[in-house]
Design a protein around this ligand. Structure first.
Ligand code: NAD
Ligand code: FES
Length: 280
């Protein structure tokens, strides 16, 4: 059992939970994630480890409430527990040791970017972050990222920071030159747009993929992605890959595959859904 020690609402549908998981807090690295099961029979939900406090033995989980299971998870309060947290899973982020990194976070993907920025800055790499949300209240992790370097904030409606998508700000920065690597995490169309910017410039670009995951062990095949014409499982081979090699069409297609199950799950009552598929 993992005790929830703190809870904060970051945006209208994004919540941060601090959860006791001392072993994971000690060894987690940027890019890694956990699979969480709230209780017996509950769905397994993959969540990035946005931060950790080894002294307190806690990890920070950032959850976007988009389906039945994630809504139930964010309804938990400090003092309550999560039954299982498996991890850390996945490969740590490929990090540069010198130069200038551009880290781009779209919406809730900004939580995935945070540990990457944190680790790059620890290695004395210069970091510029570009983060975006639909409007001011959807922008997350801005104060945390400002501790590690320059931050450009964008909102789709111009209610805060620069008006427009993160990719517009990224295009300007890339045009100025001097960027050695780009890390991009967010919605699939955003990551696709970023790699379309960096490919002609030859700037290495790492993206974090979040296809449907079920077991997180490479057994079920649910998280299959195509990279460089070869099949990989995001849970054990990723979740981060060379963005220039990713088949984003397949990824977008597979993300929509389970939509009718999600809708069925959302229609389920408190007793829960029994379709047996993930619908986080
Ligand atoms: P959102 O739709 O609100 O978009 C967030 C920002 O991304 C926008 O403000 C904009 O700056 C940028 N963006 C969106 N569409 C774009 C486009 N077509 N071109 C360029 N930039 C674009 O995002 P959200 O609701 O916070 O996030 C939801 C999505 O993020 C889901 O699809 C989810 O699967 C994905 N996600 C991905 C990861 C990951 O590891 N890749 C992690 C969490 C969530
Ligand atoms: Fe089952 Fe990756 S989640 S193979």
């Amino acid at each position: 059992m993992h005790l929830i020690t703190a809870k904060a609402r970051l945006s209208p549908n994004v919540t941060r939970l601090e959860v006791q998981a001392p072993r994971i807090a000690d060894i987690r690295q940027a890019g890694q994630f956990v699979i969480v099961r709230r209780g017996e029979g509950a769905e397994r939900i993959p969540l990035t480890i946005a931060d950790s406090d080894p002294a307190a033995g806690t990890i920070a989980l950032v959850i976007q409430a988009v389906g039945k299971s994630t809504r139930e998870l964010v309804a938990l309060e400090p003092g309550q527990t999560i039954q299982d947290i498996a991890g850390p899973l996945g490969h740590p982020t490929e990090l540069i040791r010198q130069g200038h990194a551009l880290c781009i976070g779209g919406g809730v993907g900004t939580a995935v970017v945070h540990p990457i920025v944190q680790t790059l800055a620890r290695h004395k790499v210069r970091v510029t972050s570009i983060i975006g949300g639909r409007a001011k209240e959807w922008v997350i992790f801005e104060p945390e990222l400002r501790r590690f370097g320059e931050v450009v904030v964008c909102t789709d409606d111009g209610s805060y920071g620069r008006k427009g998508f993160v990719t517009q700000a990224a295009a300007d920065l890339l045009a100025a030159g001097g960027i050695d690597i780009v890390y991009a995490v967010g919605p699939v169309p955003m990551m696709r747009a970023v790699v379309n910017l960096t490919r002609p410039l030859g700037v290495r670009t790492i993206v974090s993929l979040n296809p449907l995951m079920v077991d997180g062990t490479g057994m079920c095949g649910g998280c299959r992605v195509s990279v460089g014409g070869r099949d990989f499982f995001a849970c054990v081979d990723g979740p981060e890959f060379d963005g220039h090699q990713v088949d984003f069409d397949l990824l977008a297609d597979r993300q929509t595959s389970y939509r009718e199950f999600e809708q069925a799950a959302n229609a389920c009552g408190p007793a829960g859904c029994r379709v047996g598929l993930t619908h986080a």
